[in-house]
Design a protein around this ligand. Structure first.
Ligand SMILES: C[S@@+](CC[C@H](N)C(=O)[O-])C[C@H]1O[C@@H](n2cnc3c(N)ncnc32)[C@H](O)[C@@H]1O
Length: 195
């Protein structure tokens, strides 16, 4: 996770966060007010867990974070209101598979496909992943719930997002300051799910 040892790498280390990606979610949340006390949140592709580390205290003791990754559970990540699962999110049938009775207030996805270095292949894989997560929303996200997802920019991704804008009352795009300048990633912050 800590591949490039830049300012955010050192900041995350010194603040005991498991990855520099924490600062992306922090900026998103400060700007768009995604998380609030009492929320039940699902963190898709959480490993190693910096987004969950940020989210769990934000939702507080009345909220819960359900963190899923295809990788074995990160035992370093222990928080009272957090449950971690080793699972492919596309095997998920709904919140009941995680021992939860309700749809989630917030769906977070920082998932990334395995990259090949071949731009067109990586863009296509990323779009596949994004389309699949959008398809899961009706079984995960409450009406009026919020959604954050990482996207690798491409013409097709832009077309897909435009076509799905109507699923939410509001859809914003942000490239956080902590994202490396050469990166093609940005985040979609979609508020108030209509479905
Ligand atoms: C960039 S990392 C997430 C970093 C995390 N947000 C943090 O702050 O620590 C992306 C993760 O997505 C996971 N992932 C990719 N496809 C997945 C899938 N189908 N199901 C579950 N996790 C998946 C990968 O295993 C990887 O750990």
């Amino acid at each position: 996770m800590f591949k490039v040892k830049d300012h955010y790498y050192h900041k995350a280390k010194s603040e005991n966060y498991l990855a520099r990606s924490i600062y992306k979610l922090e900026e998103i949340d400060q700007k768009y007010k995604i998380l609030k006390p009492g929320d039940n949140v699902i963190d898709l592709g959480y490993f190693p867990g910096s987004w969950s580390q940020y989210t769990a205290p934000k939702v507080g003791p009345d909220g819960k974070v359900f963190a899923i990754d295809i990788q074995p559970v990160n035992k370093k990540l222990q928080l009272p209101n957090l449950k971690t699962f080793e699972m492919d999110i596309f095997n998920l049938k709904g919140p009941q598979d995680l021992g939860h009775d309700h749809l989630f207030d917030v769906v977070l996805s920082d998932m990334a496909p395995k990259t090949t270095g071949i731009k067109t292949v990586d863009q296509a894989r990323s779009l596949d992943l994004i389309e699949s997560v959008f398809k899961l929303l009706p079984i995960l996200l409450k009406p009026n719930g919020h959604f954050v997802i990482k996207v690798f920019d491409s013409h097709d991704a832009q077309v897909f997002l435009k076509a799905n804008k109507k699923l939410f009352k509001e859809m914003n795009y942000l490239k956080p300051k902590s994202t490396r300048s050469i990166s093609k990633e940005f985040f979609v912050i979609a508020k108030s799910f209509i479905g």
